[in-house]
Design a protein around this ligand. Sequence first.
Ligand code: AKB
Length: 322
Amino acid sequence: MSSRILIIGACGQIGSELTFKLRDLYGDENVIASDINYNNLDVVNTGLFEIVDAQDYASVKICVEKNNIDTVYLMAAMLSATGEKYPMKAWDLNMDSLFHVLNLAKEGFIKKVFWPSSIAVFGPTTPKANTPQHTVMEPSTVYGITKQVGERWCEYYFNKYGVDVRSIRYPGIISWKTLPGGGTTDYAVEIYHKALTDGNYECFVTEDTELPMMFMDDAIKATVDIMQAPETNITIRSSYNLSAISFTPKEIAKEIQKHIQNFELSCEPDFRQEIADSWPKSIDDSFARKDWNWKHSFDLSEMTNEMLKQLREKYNSTNEVL
Ligand code: AKB
């Protein structure tokens, strides 16, 4: 039987590309994209789309029942940087939406849930290099706290109620189709846009700040792979460490300079530096590699080629500027 899928938060950076991929895999008629607004016309105008308020249980339930949904990807969230500006809003959005979906699964309305966690679950006391799956977790951002608590609840709903919920801890995700919004790792996307439009970029973390990152194609592959894996392969029901590449702004700049010789990077750290400093530099994802054969494809150089190629085409065909 084919899946009937609902994506909540489909207009966002990851939600939008996940929507395109799931439509390809399961058929346009089986994938309902939803968000709280019509902000991404590429998503809204190219398939089934509904307005759903992730914080309103009735709104999610009506959409699930009306469309015979069995699988939900909950991609709506307030990220780390915006979360520090609006702590209670971040808490309410990130927790309410998770409980609504977990409870719909517990009550039998849906069978399977994907919920993203993040490297933000780690904090200043976590080992920074090759951070293990099971380790000290004392997140210092509101976003990180919601993700850590969310992981505990996912595991609890699996253990107590048998809810088939699956999760990965995304690193910073780099993509060209939809801009990220409100994250600490957003500089790793902005730098490519500014390289093409301005020839220089002022980064909000220092040039030597190293963080775990991943190209969008790899992130989407991981999301699809974990959801397609046999239930018995999923041995971790909190959230899996997931890793691809780690690099600094200086290293991205060096790669960009291979394509745009005069590109210049300058750094003016702001409040996001402290957040970045609290996160790991690299991640040990051996559980994901063993349990569901996770393997990334893109390194920094391949990702840079692709980002610049795609963004160049995008800027040539539209007049949008970041
Ligand atoms: C953020 O920077 O807040 C996100 C994340 C690492 O989860 N990109």
